[in-house]
Write a protein that binds this ligand. Structure first.
Ligand SMILES: Nc1nc2c(ncn2[C@@H]2O[C@H](COP(=O)(O)OP(=O)(O)OP(=O)(O)O)[C@@H](O)[C@H]2O)c(=O)[nH]1
Ligand SMILES: [Mg+2]
Length: 262
């Protein structure tokens, strides 16, 4: 037998989706630690000349070529695995919040698009089951047409069961936070209607700033009217975080119960 090549094994991060490049079909979604998947089978080595030897023909020149293996073009796409996705405009304080509630320390700065790649943090809240939170780059109006960093990072929150939508009520935000809320949800549904239907908790952030605190009652009244849960917080001082984390853990527990029942 001729020699076969060793297997080509390509390690990929957990959460990698393997698609057929031609059809776009999902071939495999690698969501379990240590999981493997064969994209293309290797060829077989051909029979060498020794296999053609007979008693009268001791050194045959004839040998068989090996058979080629399969080949296939695939696309590898990483979709992070997290329980909660933090979304919001740039600068609203998403990274400050994740750094306050988990051990991850992303870059924080007072200019938009500080975060250029997603950050994952584990939140261990009191005696609750720890959960994973994803902080993604900020999204702006027109992102579906490529404005800002576009919507490419939204795929990292497609697997979450819950979104935390952060609004900036402080003077650092030159826009109307309720307008931000509506625009961002529109961008979400343009990217993926299913993602837009995911349950959202809303964080009314930066209430340590007096002008932000003043806006809370009006903004809260709006969310009450549309039957959404909004939590006034300060990612900087930690005010309001126990209430928010309590609500997140309760919602996650409810979601996982529902999943088990389904
Ligand atoms: N007063 C106040 N400022 C805050 C709070 N949270 C964040 N900031 C400030 O707001 C600015 C932006 O904070 P980031 O956490 O980087 O915001 P981000 O949403 O991650 O921004 P991008 O990564 O650009 O999308 C920084 O100057 C922070 O110090 C808060 O609760 N109160
Ligand atoms: Mg950030």
């Amino acid at each position: 037998m001729g020699r076969s090549s060793p297997d080509l094994v390509l390690p990929v991060p957990l959460g990698t989706v393997v698609r057929d490049a031609e059809t776009g079909d999902v071939l495999k979604d690698l969501t379990l630690e240590g999981e493997t998947f064969v994209i293309a089978r290797g060829g077989l080595g051909g029979r060498g000349n020794a296999r053609f030897a007979t008693s009268t023909h001791q050194a045959p020149r004839h040998a068989e070529p090996g058979r080629p293996g399969e080949s296939r073009w695939v696309l590898l796409e990483l979709k992070l695995i997290a329980d909660v996705g933090i979304i919001g405009y740039p600068n609203v304080g998403k990274s400050t919040l994740i750094s306050k509630i988990s051990a991850v320390r992303p870059k924080i700065a007072d200019y938009p698009f500080t975060t250029l790649a997603p950050n994952l943090g584990v939140v261990s809240w009191r005696d609750q089951r720890p959960f994973v939170v994803a902080d993604i780059p900020g999204i702006i109006e027109g992102a579906h047409q490529g404005a800002g960093l576009g919507l490419q990072f939204l795929r990292h929150v497609q697997r979450t069961s819950l979104l935390l939508h952060v609004l900036d009520l402080s003077a650092l935000n030159p826009r109307d936070p309720l307008e931000d809320y509506r625009i961002l949800n529109r961008e979400l549904s343009l990217f993926d209607p299913e993602l837009a239907r995911k349950p959202q908790l809303i964080a009314l952030n930066k209430i340590d700033a007096p002008e932000a605190r003043e806006k809370v009652p009006g903004v809260e009244a709006y969310f009450k009217r549309i039957k959404k849960s909004a939590y006034p917080i300060s990612g900087l001082t930690g005010e309001g975080l126990p209430e928010l984390l309590g609500a997140l853990t309760r919602r996650l527990a409810k979601n996982s119960q529902k999943e088990k029942a389904d």
